[in-house]
Ligand binder design. Structure first.
Ligand SMILES: Cc1cc2nc3c(=O)[nH]c(=O)nc-3n(C[C@H](O)[C@H](O)[C@H](O)COP(=O)(O)O)c2cc1C
Length: 266
């Protein structure tokens, strides 16, 4: 899987000839996979994936994250419904729900007579989201290195209360994204997707406020055309629409819900 030569992967990302690259393994080959074979992932492989996730760096070793794997077909149907009924949530071999998690540390600290009152600050919400994201991405990279395909699922946040009820989440926890993992369907239909030129996201010494995404718009339009994508093919307009007020998909009330869970009090 993901067997393009590295130079080819660079061209697909940036539309330019690559510099003299060091061996990056499969780090440039990621693409989201949404069609999977029905084959299961062996238990030892799942343990290895969780070990990879736990090997990510974590702020002050607080480990403010947890993960719940969902494999029972019934429960998979239920979580898929909460995630806009996306096919890959049902068809992947394992679905992991990644949580920002203050609950465990609060309980452990309280046993030692510590009140852990700082956890209500925005800082510790940010920390938990960073920790969970680093763990998720390390699991994703490990999975891809084993020949598995992955797809993140932000739609886990569409109905935070529904997810809380289904997964029996206590206060101080929040399902921030899902991660579908499985054996990619063959032949592989997922392609390496272009990214902005490095000069648009990598500034040297200080921020460059000149934004020019026209070159990327052009490359993305060609990519979308190749994928027979419907709707607007201009990335900057399409992405602008994605962040307008009509596309919040239930997430517009997240702040209040998070505060009810004990996050973001100040
Ligand atoms: C946090 C996060 C949430 C995402 N949520 C979804 C989702 O709900 N459904 C989906 O099909 N793809 C989802 N994606 C995948 C993105 O659409 C995808 O990464 C992006 O279009 C770039 O494509 P690539 O991953 O193939 O390079 C998500 C990605 C991230 C990082």
């Amino acid at each position: 899987m993901f067997d393009e030569p590295l130079a080819e992967a660079w061209k697909l990302r940036y539309g330019t000839e690559p510099p003299d690259l060091p061996d990056l393994g499969k780090f440039m080959h990621h693409r989201s996979v949404r069609r999977f074979k029905p084959d299961p992932i062996p238990e030892e492989m799942l343990q290895a994936l969780v070990a990879a996730a736990q090997s990510a760096a974590t702020s002050s070793n607080l480990q403010l994250w947890s993960v719940i794997s969902i494999q029972e077909p019934d429960r998979r149907d239920q979580i898929a419904k909460l995630c806009a009924d996306q096919r890959q949530v049902k068809s992947c071999a394992v679905f992991f729900a990644f949580l920002a998690d203050h609950y465990r540390l609060k309980k452990a600290a309280e046993k030692q007579g510590e009140l852990a009152e700082g956890l209500g600050h925005t800082e510790f919400f940010t920390m938990a989201v960073i920790d969970a994201s680093l763990a998720g991405e390390r699991m994703a990279c490990a999975a891809e290195s084993l020949g598995l395909g992955i797809c993140y699922i932000g739609a886990l946040r569409n109905d935070a209360q529904g997810v809380k009820e289904l997964l029996n989440l206590p206060e101080g926890t929040f399902g921030i994204f899902g991660l579908c993992i499985g054996w990619p369907e063959e032949p592989l239909r997922a392609h390496i997707k272009p990214r902005l030129a490095q000069s648009e996201i990598w500034f040297r010494e200080k921020y460059d406020r000149d934004v020019d995404t026209s070159e990327f718009d052009e490359r993305m339009s060609q990519f979308y055309e190749g994928e027979q994508m419907k709707g607007d093919l201009l990335w900057s307009r399409r992405s602008g629409q994605r962040v307008d007020l009509n596309h919040m998909t239930g997430r517009e009330t997240l702040l209040e819900w998070l505060q009810g869970q004990g996050f973001l009090e100040r």
